[in-house]
Design a protein around this ligand. Sequence first.
Ligand SMILES: Cc1ncc(COP(=O)(O)O)c(C=O)c1O
Length: 428
Amino acid sequence: MTQWFERACKAIPGGVNSPVRAFGSVRGEPVFMAKGEGPWIYAEDGTRYLDLCMSWGPLILGHGDPEVVEAVQRRAQDGLTFGACHRQEVELAEAILAGFPWADRVRMVSSGTEAVMTAGRLARAATERPLLVKFDGGYHGHSDSFLVKAGSGLATQAIANSAGVPEAIAGCSRVLDLDDLESAEALFAAEGSSIAAVVIEPLPANNGLLIQRQAFLAGLRRLCDEHGALLIFDEVISGFRLRYGGVGPQLGVRPDLVTLGKIIGGGLPMGAILGAATVMDLLAPVGPVYQAGTLSGNPLSVAAGLATLKRLNDGRVYQQLEQRADLVHQAVQAQALDRLRVVRWGSILWFYGSEAEPPRRACDVDPEITSRFAPLHEAMLAAGYYLPPSAYEVCFLSLAHGKEELLEFAKTLAQVARPTTKPSAAGT
Ligand SMILES: Cc1ncc(COP(=O)(O)O)c(C=O)c1O
């Protein structure tokens, strides 16, 4: 055990401040990072890795983007937090809303968890109904209503997925399979008048990348409309990742509320909920739905978010990301590996370690991927590539990832997945 991990395990539960950072399903132990620069991340011992995790999505411009860092430094000189209104939060609100022309208002919070928790409360208040519907394999942060899984009795009745979540709260959630409109129809037929909202990642990216059919999302929209429920798109990952705004227009479906996080904070803590004024103005102080935050709209997060969105508001950025991601996709695919498929949407890539067709539902993911991924992760780490430490996590590319290192990455990945030759080190 490294000295840092040893000390961390004594001071922090499991040595990590978020369980996804633990190496629970891969070999070895968490690497302690000291510095990030462009597409690279450096460990405490000086080892350099090509980062394919990118802090789980926020760093679309790469580590330490000079414009973002400068914006934060400049802002920090004027004070770290005011707990009062400031000009840049208005500018960021406008910049976010520019990506969602149908929405009127956005409220900023400090994490994706807070954003989805607030969206659920808003939906319950707007409809005066208790039930929230989510999907197996979707992750919406760690608030009680969403830490649920399908129960074994009643098909859709949820049970707590974590100790400490009272069954009374879990009992107000329902869990369905993705890509299964029939079950959604049956649920609405049985309980439609109690359903406040359907919450879905329009591009589910927390259980692998489970790309949904447009017809399924359109079907959910129809069911919500027919029964007076809200449709909430959780775009904490997909917001501003694939285009300036959300994926709704690409999928031809408009939600009632959108939750954001990650990219809009440019690498600092941030989340947001947006929608039409009719729903959003239910929030305090205008309406009766309470929501607050000491550090909401924090000047530093806002400065980082603004600097990031400013850069993204240039269509060429997404073309460039698409080209880079396609390069990796094609290069890995060209190797025709039996047990490694690339599932991709824009700059989100999932290396699916199975010969099976890419799944659309969590229950269809090949259960063997974890045992296959562990040696692959270990070998890639040894070769200088930092992949998220789970077979179920996706990789993120940034504008800082260059063609050369991506081709080298694809080559190494192929070598490792077909372990007959020794992999070469990253960037050498
Ligand atoms: C789709 C989605 N929603 C919500 C969250 C929670 O966001 P946070 O970790 O900022 O609380 C995440 C985190 O990964 C996410 O992927």
